[in-house]
Design a binder for this molecule. Sequence first.
Ligand code: HEC
Length: 189
Amino acid sequence: MRNLLVICGLGVAISACGGGAGGGGDDTAAIDASAAAPDAPAGEDLDMQAADFGCIRDGTKVDKFFIKNPLGHLDDAVAVATSATGGRYPVGTILQLVPQEAMVKRATGWNPTTNDWEFFALSVSGATTTIQARGVEDVSNSFGGNCFACHDQAAPQWDLVCETTHGCDPLQISDTIIENLQNGDSRCN
Ligand code: HEC
């Protein structure tokens, strides 16, 4: 029991702290966890705020999605994304297929269940980004689809990245719509 309390105190293992995924109010717990990442070995973390998200196309495009890493690990992230055998993305990696969604790699150990990915549902208006939801197992996109439920279907070597061949349920939107959303990002203007 003592261990459980310690873990909960760190805000790391949210599902072990009562309520659990989908129990309500866990968004706050997920955000608090970011402030409580003292156990990250290298001390590196990326706690994104709305204004930190910018034009999706400023990232490096691999296949259909864009990659950024404000902590300076972009080369490592691109290497994982282009690897034929997968790998673990470095801390600080931001992945986006469309401007309205993002996966951000938090500190090592931040949330083992999601491989330390934080999921974001965003809205974009003009130059302004708004965070509609952020968290781990309880964030859904605008179609009501749970990010983690789909992305967790990817085979383990792909670090929850779906693409079209890693084992996830397919998206309901066509490649043309994806491209239109990328090209239509109003923050790029
Ligand atoms: C219905 C299942 C499903 C849901 C729900 C879903 N995704 Fe995805 N996501 C996918 C698939 C499949 C792809 C790959 C699409 C492609 O390459 O054509 C993808 C692609 C992505 C990518 C690009 C990297 C990759 O995995 O290929 C990111 C980032 C992403 N999604 C984030 C999110 C976030 C954040 C949410 C929730 C707000 C979310 N997704 C909800 C299935 C889903």
